[in-house]
Write a protein that binds this ligand. Sequence first.
Ligand code: GLN
Length: 487
Amino acid sequence: MMGIAEAAAALKNGAITSAGLVEQVIANVAAQDGVIKAFLKLDAEKLRKLAAESDARRAAGKALSEYDGIPVGIKDCIVTEGETCACASKILENVVSPYDSTAVAKLKAMGFIPTGRLNMDEFAMGSSCENSAFQKTANPWDVSRVPGGSSGGSAAAVGARLVPAALGSDTGGSIRQPASFCGIVGLKPTYGRVSRYGLVAFASSLDQIGPMTTSVEDAAIILQAITGEDKMDSTCLPMAADDFVGAVRAASVEDFKSLKVGLPAEYFNAEGMSKEVKAAIDKAVEMIKAAGAEIVPVSLPHTKYAVAVYYIIATAEASANLARFDGIRYGARQEAKDLVASYFASRGAGFGDEVKRRILLGTYVLSSGYYDAYYLRAQKVRTLIRQDFEEAFKKCDILLTPVAPNVAFKFGEKSTNPLEMYLSDIFTIALNLAGNCGISVPAALGSESSMPIGVQFIAPALAEAKLLKTARAFEMLRGDFPAPAGC
Ligand code: GLN
């Protein structure tokens, strides 16, 4: 299945129709998703109807944009009007959204077709998609391995070329890590770049929606479509988008000649990094160096606290955000002798183990007597982590790091040890705490596992144009990246 830019060109010259694109998605899902299990829901009839409307608009010269009629998969925590939004949780099973998230509304305004509901870790808590209450999504490169998480359904669907692109969300790495595991591009925008209205909140000060695509250009197209001020989200920045697509189209390998690329020491000597990941990242560094980039050693000294700080702040916010799911206002209710007993029973039956663990941790760190020791201190260290990035960006334009210490792991390998699972986010989490932007771009296939390995570029807040341009230039240096066999 082609990506966004290619589909737009084919629609323009009449080589394909929206109906044709949608039939491909339906056929791909029928052929492959029985094994991959990326989609929780896909309403074929609805897609056909929307495609027919798009084709009619285009025939009448009234296409909403050059992308009118292109399907985009949606992670199950980003609401689409009239569709279920379960966040892969039993507590929200069969809950239908009465409204569109701003990101989906903006896609629709350009004629993109929101497509299905993509699997995820329950409430976006996890790194493997194994925490979904409904199904385990497989990695299209090796179905005995996880696709990563929490946006594992989005990554697997795009990686397997079931859909041209998808939306994911990233609180501590949930777009970038699964993108790396499935051999695709994943962008975590600056906090506030994309409205969170209609994104079911996990940790409100960290969550961002972003694109998951097969190319950097497609990531720019989707970011351009979903960004911008929104009066429904007071944390969404009141500023016009830069020309992300233009920046990507202007990219060239010559760009490296004027680029200072920082390598944070703490990201290269991390414990537990596999040899093949290290080799792939070293090779990426060599490539950009040979293309003329100036390599600058930098330090982000508070990185070692990032995972601990994240699991205090994210769980604290989650415990507050998830308090609303009580079986009374939304979702599955367990009847019991009185209201409190019903709360206990509904939440007990509705949430999975990982979600309960986080609610307990979050409630604990916010409780009187512990608030200062944990939550307040974590907020202070968060500031230090942000200042680390600010210092580093005085010495370089962009940072280059690994995305994850390992390639996609096997099912069950880490799911019995939550701490080990948490530690797999060491390279992605700091940047959510700092609020700036980062992108994962496929760099190589692992020398031992033959699994995809992504490289992460990190830019200062609101420097997405520079980030995307650099990522595109890297893509040009790298050359074509394969799709998984049979996709
Ligand atoms: N893996 C991290 C967690 O479990 C990040 C998840 C995310 O970004 N939503 O919290």
